[in-house]
Design a protein around this ligand. Structure first.
Ligand code: UGA
Length: 485
């Protein structure tokens, strides 16, 4: 099918390349001429595993081309709208880019168009789009509007496209449903070779959920908000573990073994970030207000998340006391591994707070340093995590990149000024750190530093001493305490 994708950001470019890979003829458009120039020269505006190869292969075969929105709208029978919906001051999504695409479609396209809303939008946006297209229609355009929310995760977006948990189609006409099924047929019937796995995860039937447009739009906001809630919940439980002397890994395992709860998204840490959860949560709260529904639950989810950075900085200060004049190594800046995206990254938030306290920062991230430099010019960027640790009073792990997992502890011991590891992503084991002479502080477990433990400012009262179970794990062995100046 001749498909156009408007918007060459994380969602648009990935969608365009994947649609081309499954055999469609795709025009991917962006109004940013510099971005188009780069894409036409074979350079991607962001890092996403496997995407580079996919774009190269499909541009070489002629199935994927980059062009202006006007041309894409003229040519594509199915038009995916993948433009940005950034947050406004009041938390609502800014829909001006979507409105502008709709007006261009209404005033310039001829014949029939399937207008597919892929950007994350408030419920009832498809209805508004339909009305807008009707009002501005000067060419006798026939059209359908479909909501087809995306569930691609940055860092694994290509794999997610080929192995979705579900495909949701919100449509109001049989013609629109039939065309959408045609577009996704290669994925739904597994008739395509996945470019990510040499052996794909066992093929199961992919649920195709066909519904009205309002429900499809709500699926997206409700899903992201639910996942955000799950993360804030486990972070609360992690606070309780720290205060009570329990182990969040075991608590999460115990909870997640209940199939109704599930193991995923129960990793505690420094909070969720990225361009989806924080803004979608805020937008959903605003939607609730507009609909007259009480969404205070989600406001709490957001508050808990905002506290995570403060709590992490409190942990650092508890160990190092005054941060002025201290050198801190930062491992990881991206909001999650396998991406160079630093938008709403908790790591950046934490680094800003540490800088405000007077610390010197030496940072390393495998992919995100170029983007981080625009936000945080005043820190030292290093070529490896070991280089970042040079002379550090503490190493702070803020993104769980795989390359941080297999640590050469001896090299690290020789590199740091003090053997103190504060792990915001629970990558290591306390006994392993202790065996190499490191004090190890992580999330949701008792710190193993030999210091007097006062729970960090996490809003939890410490449990009375006589109600705290004795900690008997190997990780409670005494370890060396870093010198505190
Ligand atoms: C999220 C959703 O997972 C996708 O389904 C959705 O399509 C996408 O938003 C979107 O709306 O476009 P993404 O933001 O790429 O995807 O990343 P996630 O893997 O969901 O992680 C989001 C944040 O939650 C990260 O900061 C991550 O570190 C944090 N997280 C995740 C935790 O702190 N703990 C967990 O257990 C899981």
């Amino acid at each position: 099918m001749q498909i156009s994708v408007i918007g060459a950001g994380y969602v648009g470019l990935t969608t365009a390349a994947c649609l081309a890979e499954i055999g469609h003829q795709v025009l991917c458009a962006d109004s940013d001429l510099d971005k188009l120039k780069e894409l036409n020269a074979g350079r991607l505006p962001f890092f996403e595993p496997h995407l580079d190869a996919l774009v190269k292969r499909n541009t070489a075969s002629g199935r994927l081309q980059f062009t202006s929105p006007a041309e894409a709208i003229e040519q594509g029978i199915a038009i995916f709208i993948c433009v940005g919906t950034p947050p406004l001051e009041n938390g609502e999504a800014d829909l001006s880019a979507i409105e502008s695409v709709a007006r261009t479609i209404a005033s310039s396209a001829r014949g029939y168009r399937l207008v597919i809303e892929k950007s994350t939008v408030p419920v009832q946006t498809a209805k508004r789009l339909w009305k807008h297209l009707s009002i501005y229609n000067v060419t006798g355009l026939e059209f359908d509007v479909v909501s087809n929310p995306e569930f691609l995760r940055e860092g694994s977006a290509v794999g997610d496209f080929f192995h979705p948990d579900r495909i949701v189609i919100g449509a109001e006409s049989p013609r629109a449903v039939a065309l959408m099924k045609e577009i996704y047929r290669p994925v739904l019937t597994s008739q395509t070779t996945c470019p990510v796995h040499s052996q794909c995860p066992s093929s199961h039937e992919i649920p195709l959920i066909v519904t009205d447009t309002n429900s499809a739009e709500l699926v997206k906001h409700a899903s992201n908000s639910f996942l955000a809630m799950k993360i804030s919940f486990i972070n609360l439980v992690a606070d309780a573990c720290e205060a009570a002397g329990a182990d969040i890994a075991k608590v999460a395992e115990g909870m997640g073994s209940d199939k109704r709860i599930g193991q995923s998204f129960l990793n505690p840490g420094i909070g969720f970030g990225g361009f989806c959860f924080p803004k979608d949560l805020q937008a959903f709260v605003r939607i609730g207000e507009k609909l007259g529904c009480d969404f205070s639950l989600l406001k709490e989810v957001e508050k808990i998340n905002l506290r995570r950075a403060d709590q992490f900085v409190a942990k650092v200060k508890k160990e190092l006391w005054v941060l002025r004049g201290k050198t801190l190594a930062i491992w990881g800046l991206a909001f999650k591994p396998d991406t160079d995206d630093v938008r709403f990254a908790p790591a950046l938030n934490i680094v800003r707070r540490l800088l405000a306290e007077g610390a010197s920062i030496r940072a390393y991230d495998p992919q995100a340093m170029e983007k981080a430099k625009e936000e945080l010019p005043g820190i030292t960027y290093c070529l490896s995590h070991y280089e970042a640790a040079q002379g550090a009073d503490a190493v702070l792990v803020l993104t769980e990149w795989n390359e941080f997992r297999n640590l050469d502890w001896d090299t690290l011991s020789r590199t740091v000024a003090h053997p103190l590891l504060i792990d915001g992503r629970n990558l290591y084991h306390a006994d392993e750190a202790a065996a190499h002479g490191f004090a190890y502080i992580c999330i949701g477990k008792e710190p193993h530093a030999g210091t007097d433990h006062v729970p960090a400012a996490n809003g939890c009262e410490p449990a009375p001493a006589d109600t705290v179970s004795p900690v008997t794990s190997a990780s409670s062995q005494p370890v060396s305490v870093p010198a505190v100046s």
